[in-house]
Write a protein that binds this ligand. Structure first.
Ligand code: PMP
Length: 390
């Protein structure tokens, strides 16, 4: 008995560069302490007042089926926040609540792509992107960005691959590179979408983690609101990764389609989680800044450590909870360097290659451990790179 082609091929083929991650996990299991700089999750947990609100909501009876598109209160709160941040008129009818941004990415591609349609995405990419596209029965086509451009995509590179494609998926602030797309990058992307009649799926789950520059939502650019689906989430902005609460913001007729999909897949998000999300958002931007502050601090520490040497290069790190480090001066691939660092110093980082070919010769460092330990680990990484320099 065979499984579907769709699920059998969801992972794709070839080395995925995740060996170092699994090796680190195994070392920890075997009792070797490892400094883990691999996973994009805060080192704090969801704040107690949010959990208390969740608890009160559940005890208050909000444990039945919630409305499939999301509670009116949460949809209105998200719409108001998006409108305030972008200036684009947005109502509850433009919002569907999803179990996390990941589910929103899948819903967006499923609602926009027919089987066999080409869905574009940019390399380096968040690990699930090609599998999400394949899961929606579309064909992922990667467009490489370049280290020499600090991974800002070039419109001409996208245009060259756009013929016949249906969608383009972008992510700024970017995981894994930490790049925040500039106004001119986004203007270029918008022009390609308009010229080639592409839907734009804009993954903005890191929109509260900006260290340099400004976050611009491409939905706010001229002519883009009717062809853009924005993916958002409580995971990163409010340290609520486990609550599984995200959303899609899109034109009303697209939201109606995503609601039909949701009725037949997730059937919505628990009401007590949605109530807690409203409570969390009502805490305002100061709370969001508090959640982002440790990464802002560690990024500043990293800049100091990296300024002390010339072997390891830092991709500007304008946003998100990661640093992308250029280790090409060691003569090793990102994978080779990450494996050697794990063996020599028990420090685990992600090889750039696990995020696509464009990040070869780089490693991604998650800024998710305590400050002193973090800068010590970076110092060790730099010294190790220097010892290997060719
Ligand atoms: N997009 C990006 C770029 C991510 O890094 C992540 C999580 N690491 C997600 C989407 C999904 O996040 P969630 O499902 O927790 O909202």
């Amino acid at each position: 008995m065979e499984l579907s082609q769709r699920i059998s091929t969801i992972l794709g083929t070839g080395s995925d560069g995740w060996d170092v991650f699994y090796r680190a996990r195994q070392m920890i299991k075997d009792g070797t302490p490892v400094t883990e700089l691999t996973i994009g999750e805060h080192d704090i947990r969801t704040a107690a007042p949010i959990l208390r609100d969740m608890h009160a909501s559940a005890l208050g009876g909000h444990t039945g089926y919630a409305m499939v598109p999301g509670t009116t209160a949460l949809r209105e709160t998200i719409a108001a926040r998006v409108q305030e941040r972008t200036g684009v008129p947005t109502t509850a009818a433009n919002v569907m609540v999803t179990p996390g941004g990941q589910s929103a990415l899948f819903a967006a591609h499923t609602c926009l792509c027919d089987p066999g349609d080409v869905a574009l995405y940019l390399d380096p990419f968040y690990a699930t992107y090609p599998g999400t596209i394949r899961g929606a029965s579309a064909i992922p086509r990667a467009i490489q960005t370049r280290a020499e451009d600090a991974f800002q995509p070039r419109a001409a590179d996208i245009a060259a691959q756009a013929k016949g494609a249906k969608t383009l998926l972008i992510n700024s602030p970017n995981n894994p590179t930490g790049t925040v797309y500039s106004r001119s990058t986004l203007d270029g992307i918008a022009k390609v979408c308009l010229d080639h009649d592409l839907w734009l799926i804009s993954d903005e789950v890191y929109d509260t983690q900006i260290w340099e520059g400004t976050h611009i939502s491409p939905r706010a650019l001229p002519g883009m609101a009717e062809r853009t689906l924005v993916v958002g989430s409580m995971s990163k902005s409010h340290a609520m990764t486990g609550s599984r609460c995200g959303w899609i913001v899109a034109p009303e007729h697209v939201i109606e389609a995503t609601i039909n999909l949701s009725t037949h897949t997730t059937y919505g998000v628990p009401g007590f989680i949605q109530d807690a999300a409203v409570f969390a958002m009502d805490q305002g931007p100061a709370f969001e800044e508090e959640i982002a502050a440790p990464f802002r601090r560690r990024r500043a520490l990293a800049k100091q450590v990296l300024a002390e040497q010339n072997t390891v290069g830092l991709v500007p790190a304008q946003g998100a909870m990661y640093l992308m480090l250029d280790v090409r001066a060691t003569g090793l691939s990102g994978e080779g360097f990450a494996n050697a660092l794990l063996d020599a110093h028990h420090i685990a980082v992600m090889p750039g290659e696990s995020f696509g070919a464009a990040a070869a010769g780089h490693v991604r460092v998650a800024m998710t451990i305590e400050d002193t330990q973090f800068s010590d680990a970076l110092r060790t990484l730099c010294a190790f790179a220097q010892s290997l320099e060719t």
